[in-house]
Design a protein. Structure first.
Length: 104
């Protein structure tokens, strides 16, 4: 191994703590990004259209396991993750976004 190489060792408490802090930092950054997006009408409108395009408000199952069903369910999963981020980061913004979507 080269000098300065980092060896990941799940038994090393220091490495485990460092990985945990990195994950928490990335999670905080993602949620802060969502809060920033939710602070503007344009951001909420974009986010809403993205969730709708992912099909989170429709039944994506086509009656049997097909490529289309798998694809649509994968898109819906992404949309549901976006929705979960909004609900965690700025739950009040979801209601605002919902109201704004009815005005269009």
């Amino acid at each position: 191994m080269g000098e300065g190489a980092f060896v990941k060792n799940a038994a090393d408490p220091q490495q485990v703590e460092k990985a945990k802090q990195k994950t928490e930092s990335q999670n905080d950054q993602r949620l802060n990004d969502v809060r920033e997006i939710m602070n503007s009408v344009r951001g909420r409108r974009f986010y809403w259209k993205l969730m709708v395009k992912c099909g989170i408000f429709q039944n994506n199952f086509h009656g049997e396991q097909t490529h289309d069903t798998a694809y649509d369910l994968g898109q819906r999963n992404i949309g549901l993750q976006l929705l979960a981020d909004v609900n965690e980061a700025a739950p009040e913004a979801y209601l605002k976004m919902l109201g704004e979507s009815k005005e269009v």
